[in-house]
Design a protein around this ligand. Structure first.
Ligand SMILES: [Zn+2]
Length: 1001
């Protein structure tokens, strides 16, 4: 008689479902009383909310409501000798607290949405008694959130389940035996005897199950044990599994919920560690630990203990898992400095791995930052999300823009939410692109994004797949142990050069424009604050406000989290962060003012009636027009220093400026407008050439259809017809040294006022723009088709530049249809070029000879009405001689972003001269990025970098008393002395090299 296999598969699956249902047996109901509030309240105030008796099926709250539930009941006397659990589902998230107010176990609604191919995220089982006497009283407290793991909720906060149940332990074990074997079988072709052998054993086991009793379960398990005990041979691949719970610090929920998510997730981990001795878990982000320390000190102590035991791995070298496209260079360093210092101070750990599983692309300056901060390894999964090309490696050396290499690994399964099932192990092996070269890879298992972490199911599976015939063996170990092992063969791995560009989520370079603007401004202001505070300490004996600055930095770093700065969070996240940014900005501005005033009051001002100090924080001399009180003056201000000037009126500043109805002109540039406001011609009078391509309009304020979300927009958006803002009126005038064409436009309900400004003696054309943006699903862009021929554009990124293709020959080039750049993008041929600069934008398109800038989007998911409202920004076109280096594009863009600061001098102590540079680059074109107080003493940290892709011998002059200078790493450690003579230090730079100096005074 032939075998009827098909029927067997179906029957076994049915039995597995029945076994699943037989694991827990309900024996009594629990009573529930809830105290509900709008915002979370601590344990000791838990009865302060609105009191409600809640029955099964009743609603207890609305989205984002918070509750304290008291569940009471009794273990039935009949259940003596049984293992008792509580099954609780409030259709929201929950956390069980002990009597002292310490979180002890997280819960997740069973209705939670998730990628079910990775498993189900629900967690409703609370361990209660291992061996009941019967009659025990139940009285437990659960803090709840009326939201799903992923923010939204489907069952509107109804109490779904609250009961006492018996755990049938053999049945529960049998369920996982069945599940693992069935899934392993499904992964193996039925041509393999292992497949058939499992099938028949599963079938045999089903035959002993009739009433689904514990006794039957024991018999069935015995049968399956034959298959579970079959070991693998010598492996060609070993999978290192580590528990993981990706917790977005804000995303589809506000920051306040993340703090509670941390407690839920971490308390679950601790509880599981008691039950599963092999379990190793890891978590990153010092910010999250800092919240735990502050809000849940007793939980934090328990975490600390597990870290000591090396069951819990602290991961990652940054304060949060930040965006690395938009975050500035110094900010990335501070992420590492504050992140590593926290883990060292709290747990004595020196972090070696940058842990950024979910970030939307990785800047080419990261390898150097990491190596110079003592971080040797990098882990992500995100490039598996690329939509056009498959990234060719999972284990590789990543070489940054300066040539530094760092060892990288991407778990081949392509997820940080692995189910740790046989299917996951098989997928890992099948997809591993470097197998054979490397025989190790990582697997990150658990429920994540909204936290949650591994459930018992993950750990039950892992116990069974450690070494199972038909699968690669799986070991539970820390990621550091894994990296150290693969490091031994790092010479064998291939190298990837340049940025790790994610071929997805390019809309995030532009979404939530205000957030991005605040971030840019705060990064610049923190730079000004640190420099001015240092100068006030040196020159005016003011105390450097280290703690306050650190606090501001850390909040700015928090908002660089990879769902906040990119714009991919819900509206509430931005409502809250924008308010906080304004507070931080006001405070920072006040502190800068105070420091600069203190310096100013030490200046000798004799002979000057109304002295003003004009301060230049940039490391080169600036010659610019600036308004001193009410009048324009053309000034030269030395690098990282100041000049004192008097109030005076300047005559004839409008000489050589021309304004006509359709034309602006200075000595260098003639700008002609079309009737619709676009630019017809930009003529470079000095080099006698046209800047704009003949016959093509520039600065068309194009409005494209954009049906995307915060992350993405259609790659073909520009192939469809677009609308544009319509010019309604224009006027021209001269304001001091500035020739201005003010143009007023509208589009639908939106209004745009743009001043096109040409300044005397300047070749920079500013487009100062104010928009009342009222659109939905539209994208506003401007473009400049320039009369320059090149095959790539140079883009400003953190601590250097990167080239992006201007053509679309290959799929890799086509994928870069939108790119991230910081203050400028330049297209140059050898003799001439044009840059488009900006003061707060990041999304560019470069194609053939056109630079196109994404100004605003207007998506509705996840943030509704994103970007509606008023925006102010400036972009500038800068035609120049030679390439971007000859044209000093980077300097001009910094000047656009960092204005000179004019401070009234109130008193005079005659200690400082009328003009002074505090730090000056005497030779070699390098840039001083930051000047700050050393973290651990009163020395000065000066960070410099080379920005022209050249080797440079630089001479740096410190114009104050310096005892000694040391070269240090970015952690301000590993010092080596550098000779200093008459305040001058010589320092060699390789292309894009960053140096950090520690200066003793
Ligand atoms: Zn994330």
């Amino acid at each position: 008689m032939p075998y009827n296999k098909k029927k067997m598969y179906v029957y076994i699956q049915n039995v597995i479902d029945k076994v699943n249902k037989a694991m827990y047996e309900k024996v009594a109901e629990l009573d529930a009383v809830a105290w509900v509030t709008k915002e979370p309240i601590p344990f000791h105030e838990r009865c302060n909310g609105e009191k409600k008796e809640v029955h099964i099926g009743e609603t207890w709250g609305q989205l984002w409501d918070c509750g304290w539930f008291n569940f009471t009941g009794e273990v039935p006397k009949t259940q003596k000798g049984q293992k008792i659990v509580l099954l609780i589902d409030v259709n929201g998230e929950g956390c069980v607290f002990d009597k002292e107010g310490c979180p002890i176990r997280g819960l997740t609604n069973i209705s939670s949405s998730f990628d079910f191919s990775l498993g189900k995220p629900g967690k409703k089982v609370v361990q209660f008694l291992e061996n009941a006497e019967g009659g025990e009283k139940i009285d437990i407290w659960i803090e709840t959130g009326c939201n799903d793991l992923f923010g939204r909720y489907s069952k509107e906060g109804t109490l779904e389940e609250a009961c006492v149940a018996v755990c049938n332990q053999e049945m529960r074990a049998l369920y996982y035996d069945f599940q693992v074997l069935y899934e392993l079988m499904s992964q193996l072709p039925d041509s393999e005897s292992r497949h058939m052998s499992i099938l028949y054993k599963l079938d045999e086991a089903t035959k002993v199950l009739k009433d689904y009793t514990e006794e039957e379960a024991v018999k069935a398990r015995k049968i399956l044990m034959n298959e579970l005990n079959k070991k693998g041979g010598d492996p060609s691949l070993t999978v290192s599994a580590i528990g993981h719970a990706h917790i977005d610090l804000a995303w589809l929920w506000p920051i306040r919920e993340t703090i509670r998510k941390g407690a839920r997730t971490f308390s679950t981990v601790l509880e599981m560690m008691e039950r599963y001795p092999d379990y190793i878990f890891g978590a990153s982000q010092p910010q999250l630990y800092a919240w735990m320390k502050e809000r849940y000190p007793s939980l934090y102590k328990k975490i600390e203990q597990r870290i000591k035991e090396e069951r819990w791995e602290v991961q990652g070298a940054m304060w949060v898992e930040p965006d690395t496209n938009i975050s500035g260079g110094e900010a990335l360093i501070r992420q590492v400095v504050y992140g590593k210092r926290f883990f060292r101070e709290e747990f004595g750990k020196d972090m070696k791995i940058l842990w950024l599983p979910d970030v939307f692309g990785y800047t080419g300056s990261l390898p150097q930052i990491l190596k110079k901060s003592g971080v040797d390894y990098f882990m992500t999964i995100k490039l598996s999300w690329s939509e056009i090309n498959q990234f060719p490696h999972h284990t590789f050396n990543w070489q940054g823009i300066d040539g530094t290499k760092i060892l990288c690994h991407m778990p081949p399964e392509g997820t940080y939410n692995s189910s740790a099932s046989p299917q996951a192990v098989k997928k890992t092996e099948a997809q591993y692109l470097d197998k054979g070269v490397s025989d190790n890879c990582l697997m990150l298992f658990g429920i994540g994004d909204g936290g949650g972490g591994p459930g018992a199911e993950h750990l039950e599976r892992l116990e069974r797949v450690k070494n199972l015939n038909g699968l690669s063996p799986v070991v539970q170990e820390s990621s550091l142990d894994f990296f150290k092992r693969i490091d031994k063969d790092s010479h064998k791995y291939k190298t990837w050069n340049g940025e790790l560009y994610l071929e997805k989520h390019q809309g995030t370079f532009t979404s939530q424009a205000k957030n991005k603007k605040y971030n840019r401004k705060m990064e610049i202001m923190l730079r000004e604050l640190e420099l001015s505070s240092m100068l006030a300490q040196i020159n005016a004996q003011m105390v450097y406000p280290q703690e306050e600055i650190e606090e501001i930095w850390k909040e700015v770093l928090l908002y660089q989290f990879h769902d906040i700065l990119p714009g991919s969070s819900i509206k509430r996240v931005y409502d809250e962060s924008l308010d906080r940014y304004q507070v931080l900005m006001n405070k920072t501005q006040e502190m800068i003012q105070k420091s600069l005033e203190a310096v100013a009051d030490n200046i000798d001002t004799c002979g000057i009636d109304n002295p003003h100090m004009v301060f230049n924080s940039l490391s080169w001399e600036r010659k610019e027009w600036i308004k001193v009180k009410d009048d324009w003056q053309y000034l030269s201000v030395p690098p990282m220093g100041y000049s004192v000037v008097d109030e005076k009126e300047i005559d004839d500043i409008s000489e050589k400026l021309v304004v006509k109805e359709d034309c602006l002109e200075n000595k260098l540039i003639k700008l002609q407008f079309n009737d619709d406001g676009t630019i017809k011609s930009i003529y470079d009078k000095e080099y006698q050439r046209e800047v704009i391509q003949d016959g093509v309009e520039a600065n068309v304020l194009a409005v494209y259809d954009d049906q995307g979300d915060a992350w993405d927009f259609d790659i073909n958006y520009d192939e469809r017809p677009f609308d544009s803002f319509q010019l309604r009126s224009r006027e021209n005038y001269i304001d001091g040294p500035k020739a201005i064409m003010k143009q007023v436009y509208n589009f639908g309900e939106s209004k745009l006022i743009q001043k096109v400004i040409l300044t005397k003696d300047s070749r920079r054309i500013d487009f100062k723009t104010e928009v009342q943006w009222q659109e939905s699903n539209k994208m506003l862009r401007t473009s400049f088709p320039v009369d320059v021929y090149a095959t790539d554009a140079t883009c400003d990124i953190q601590f250097g530049t990167i080239k992006r293709p201007l053509n679309r020959n290959t799929s890799w080039e086509s994928a870069k249809y939108e790119i991230c750049a910081h203050k400028w993008v330049d297209i140059s041929q050898r003799d001439y070029g044009v840059a488009l600069m900006n003061d707060c934008k990041y999304g560019y398109k470069v194609l053939e000879n056109t630079i196109d800038l994404n100004l605003l989007r207007s998506t509705n998911y996840p943030g509704v009405n994103a970007d509606k409202g008023k925006h102010e920004f400036t972009y500038s076109l800068y035609p120049h001689n030679g390439d971007y280096v000859t044209g000093e594009v980077a300097k001009r863009a910094d000047e656009l972003n960092i204005p000179l600061n004019c401070i009234k001098v109130n008193s005079s102590k005659d200690q400082l001269p009328k003009t002074k540079s505090f730090i000056e680059i005497l030779d070699g074109d390098v840039v001083i990025e930051s000047v700050k107080k050393a973290e651990d003493d009163n020395d000065i940290i000066v960070r410099l970098y080379e920005n022209n892709s050249s080797s440079v011998n630089a001479q740096i002059f410190f114009n104050f008393d310096v005892k000694s200078v040391q070269l240090v790493d970015m952690m301000e450690e590993n010092a080596s002395d550098i000779p200093i003579e008459k305040g001058i230090v010589n320092l060699k730079f390789k292309p894009f090299e960053i140096h950090t100096l520690k200066v003793s005074i």
